[in-house]
Design a protein around this ligand. Structure first.
Ligand code: UDX
Length: 437
């Protein structure tokens, strides 16, 4: 089938490249000429493992193209995907839908023949109705259907999540649109992926409900971690103990400094706004947002505690700045709360992140960026692990101790364990686990 993908962020680019890899002919469209030019040179603007090869092979096979002017691709498309950004609107937390509606206006002027318009971006419940209204107003004659098809892609695992999803959700009441969507995702039939067809508003809500539930699950285990610290229990064992119940499941029960990223913070806030406006507030998610924000801010005090209460003049070696491993994305990363708080208290911060330092330098300019973990640790009074990159999982701890001014580790991702650090003479602080052996 012929697909036009509007927006080449990590959702649009990954979805477009994967649809091409399924055998469809895809044109990814973006207003940013520089970005399109770089994509044509196979310069991928985001760090997503495997994406450069996937793009290159599908461009080479003629199934994937890039364009600034989407007119021709939209005219010829069987399906036009809207995969533009829906950031939190300044000030009130609602999703900013200006890019979505601009895309709808552009599509309205171009569609010929029956066309399925698909919202792939995360959009508040009811957005599909508004897109339908915009297009109908502009083109009462047009033969189209607006469909919701939310993505469930995790950064760093986006290609695998697209090609081997737990499910595909499609929201439409149009039988013709349903056939088009089934054909688009037909290659997934090979591994029996369930395709769930629902109403459009239901599909839009499924996306928010999924992210909000995952954010709440993480916040739950983070609160259990704090309780473990006061009760002398071990949160990793608690996570394992509850996770073996298949009604709970083991995933997303890793306690840490709080969730970040481009989705959970914005989607939880947008859901809270939608629910409040609808007169049916989601108080569990309101609390999740508040608890998570407070947690990220509170993490800096753990470093101060590890240094006897005062970080002024101390050097802190930070390992990891991105909101999670295998991405260069800094959006709402805990480091953006923790590092400025430490600097405000007089700490000197050195840092290393395998992929995120270019992005981080725009947001955290007063850090000494290092070429590797050992440089960041050299001369440090405390090593602070903020992101669980694999590069940090097997450090030469004897070398670390020699390089540091004093052997103190604050491990906010529970990468290491107290016994292996204590035996080397480290003062070791982690999340939700006793500092004793
Ligand atoms: C998330 C959803 O997983 C994905 O389905 C949706 O489409 C987009 O948002 P992403 O934000 O890329 O994906 O990352 P994810 O792996 O979900 O992690 C989100 C945040 O939660 C990160 O800050 C991560 O560090 C944190 N997290 C995750 C935990 O603190 N503990 C966990 O057990 C899992």
């Amino acid at each position: 089938m012929r697909v036009a993908m509007i927006g080449t962020g990590y959702v649009g680019l990954v979805s477009g490249a994967c649809f091409a890899d399924f055998g469809h002919v895809v044109t990814c469209v973006d207003k940013d000429e520089g970005k399109i030019e770089r994509l044509r040179q196979n310069v991928i603007p985001i760090f997503e493992p495997g994406l450069d090869d996937l793009v290159a092979s599908n461009v080479r096979d003629g199934r994937l193209k890039f364009a600034v002017d989407g007119a021709e691709a939209i005219r010829q498309a069987d399906a036009v995907f809207i995969a533009v950004g829906t950031p939190s609107r300044r000030g009130d937390g609602h999703a900013d839908l200006s890019y979505v509606y601009a895309a709808a206006e552009e599509i309205a002027g171009l569609i010929e023949g029956f066309t399925v318009i698909v919202t792939k971006s995360t959009v508040p419940v009811g957005t599909g109705d508004e897109i339908e209204r915009i297009i109908k107003a502009r083109r009462p004659d047009a033969d189209f259907a607006v469909v919701s098809n939310p993505e469930f892609l995790r950064e760093g695992a986006a290609i695998d999540d697209f090609k081997r999803p737990d499910r595909v959700v499609v929201g439409t009441d149009s039988e013709r649109a349903r056939l088009v969507m089934a054909e688009l995702y037909r290659p997934l039939n090979l591994n029996d992926t369930p395709i769930l067809f629902t109403g459009r508003r239901t599909s839009e809500l499924i996306k928010y409900a999924a992210n909000a539930f995952l954010a709440m699950k993480i916040t739950f285990i983070n609160e259990m971690a704090d309780l473990c610290e006061t009760l002398g229990a071990d949160v990793q064992q608690v996570a394992r103990g509850i996770g073996l119940d298949n009604r709970i499941g083991p995933k997303f029960l890793h306690a840490g400094p709080g969730y970040g990223g481009s989705c959970f913070p914005k989607d939880t806030l947008a859901l809270v706004r939608t629910a409040t406006d609808a007169g049916s507030p989601v108080r569990l998610i309101e609390t999740t947002v508040q608890v998570n924000d407070a947690r990220k801010r509170a993490m800096a005090s753990r470093v101060a505690d590890a240094l006897g209460g005062n970080v002024a003049g101390k050097t802190i070696g930070v390992l990891g700045l991105t909101f999670k491993p295998n991405t260069d994305d800094m959006r709402d990363a805990p480091s953006l709360d923790i590092v400025p708080e430490l600097q405000k208290a007089g700490a000197i911060v050195k840092a290393f992140d395998p992929e995120g330092m270019d992005e981080a330098a725009k947001l955290l300019p007063d850090i000494q960026y290092c070429s590797g973990p050992y440089e960041a640790i050299t001369g440090a009074d405390v090593v602070l692990i903020l992101t669980e990159w694999n590069q940090f999982r097997a450090l030469d701890l004897d070398r670390v101790k020699l390089l540091m001014s004093q052997p103190i580790m604050v491990d906010l991702r529970n990468v290491y364990s107290a016994p292996e650090l204590k035996v080397r003479g480290f003062a070791y602080h982690s999340i939700g686990r006793p500092t004793q052996d």
